[in-house]
Write a protein that binds this ligand. Structure first.
Ligand SMILES: Cc1cc2nc3c(=O)[nH]c(=O)nc-3n(C[C@H](O)[C@H](O)[C@H](O)COP(=O)(O)OP(=O)(O)OC[C@H]3O[C@@H](n4cnc5c(N)ncnc54)[C@H](O)[C@@H]3O)c2cc1C
Length: 387
């Protein structure tokens, strides 16, 4: 894959080994079938436990049998998965950063012992319920609520656009606790086989088709008070999870762009028109030069984020800048790659259009491009412009 300024030389031997093994796995186990899954709108569920065996869920967390790899290695894993398909990276991001991370950071010892090993191995699947039908970019206006009743909580509300909800064993549901005076947002671990939980699948997506998305409806769902994440209250809970996941997205999007670049570069040297390879025309060389430059700049930002994260100096605003820039880059460059493939570029025989369509979701979820613009605007001026 493209590495124009030799970022390879910055990797430790362990990071290289991890990157290579995930690359090989994606090449052999994912690429042959992923376009079919995309067309069918299915996720290759046999990969769920295989991801676990490879240690791809929350690989940067410590304890509970988790690999505790470097933040750069974690980023490289996300990049390799998304070079296969954004649906694969979404599976690993949600399970690792949005389900295991909050349990690891804010859970009780009993919750960690119960869930982290099962989620880490892929024996159990989790989902993250924050978005609601009427509240996407502004989740703090959420309507889903919990009320204490003796040693139980009763939950009511609905969540939508929830990755993996129809195949999940447990949902981390963010809801307002109406039993406390200031109705703080709290995280509730809701087993999906409880009475009152339904998880309908959303079928009509034109993007991220190789990923299962659904709703979560909660009607008088009773859970024991031990299922509340005890160590966080307020929007800090879900937002800190999103920072972890967005860090992975900032890396992952580069993988999609690199895979599209590789296809375009190969095609440009093979495909002949007017008696020569199309890569011999200046217009196509400009496309390749711009793609390679934009991918390289995005990758440099991702590598710097890894250093800041290792040092404990990574701010959510840094992650907003990288998510915003790198996904926009991938959205633009996958489209250029698609264009360079001419008519063949709109088929599933080549990856760029699949990546391009996926990027519409990635541009929107985990904070839309606009919302990250506002996050940066506030950081740079001190003036919030959200409402
Ligand atoms: C395939 C997929 C999977 C997803 N997975 C999950 C998941 O696992 N868990 C989960 O909780 N959520 C998930 N989401 C939801 C996702 O995070 C939301 O779609 C996203 O936050 C945007 O919310 P919305 O769709 O309601 O759009 P809206 O918030 O209604 O935004 C619509 C448009 O208005 C713009 N806008 C909003 N506010 C402002 C403002 N203040 N200023 C300027 N422009 C503004 C937005 O940028 C956007 O362009 C997923 C979404 C998709 C598509």
């Amino acid at each position: 894959m493209l590495d124009y300024v030799d970022l390879e030389s910055k990797l430790s031997s362990e990071e290289r080994m991890i990157r290579d093994s995930v690359r090989e796995f994606v090449q052999n186990e994912v690429k042959p079938d992923i376009a079919d899954h995309y067309v069918e709108g299915t996720f290759p569920t046999e990969l769920i436990t295989e991801f676990g065996e490879l240690g791809l869920y929350a690989p940067n967390l410590e304890g509970y049998g988790l690999p505790n790899v470097s933040e750069r290695a974690y980023g490289l894993i996300m990049q390799e998965l998304e070079a296969g398909d954004s649906g694969l990276r979404s599976m690993a991001s949600v399970q690792g950063a949005l389900v295991m991370y909050p349990i690891h950071a804010f859970g009780s010892e009993a919750q960690k012992d119960e869930w982290l090993p099962k989620l880490g191995s892929g024996e159990a699947v989790g989902c993250f319920g924050l978005t609601e039908p009427e509240h996407g970019s502004n989740p703090s206006a959420m309507e889903t609520y919990a009320e204490r009743d003796g040693d139980e909580y009763v939950l009511n509300g609905s969540k939508t656009w929830i990755t993996n909800s129809p195949i999940s064993d447990v949902a981390v549901v963010w809801a307002r606790d109406r039993s406390s005076e200031d109705t703080p947002v709290r995280g509730f671990l809701v087993e999906t086989d409880r009475d009152g939980v339904t998880t309908n699948k959303i079928d009509d997506k034109l993007s991220l088709r190789a990923s299962i998305t659904g709703e979560i409806a909660l009607q008088n769902v009773r859970i024991p008070t031990e299922n509340v994440l005890p160590n966080v209250k307020g929007m800090k809970g879900p937002l800190s999870c999103l920072t972890q996941a967005r860090y992975g997205i900032a890396w992952g999007a580069i993988g999609a762009a690199k895979d599209a670049f590789r296809e375009a570069q190969d095609y440009a040297t093979d495909r002949e028109q007017f008696g020569q390879p199309i890569g011999g025309f200046q217009l196509q060389q400009q496309n390749l030069a711009e793609m390679a430059t934009q991918i390289t700049l995005a990758e440099l930002l991702a590598h710097r984020l890894a250093e800041l994260k290792e040092q404990g100096n990574l701010r959510p605003e840094h992650v907003s800048m990288a998510k915003r820039n790198n996904v926009r880059m991938a959205r633009n460059q996958t489209r250029v790659a698609r264009e360079m493939l001419g008519g063949n570029g709109i088929t599933t025989d080549y990856s760029p259009m699949r990546h391009m369509a996926n990027m519409e979701t990635v541009y929107t979820y985990e904070g839309t491009h606009d919302i990250h613009t506002l996050v940066l605007g506030k950081d740079l001026t001190g003036i919030p412009a959200f409402d």
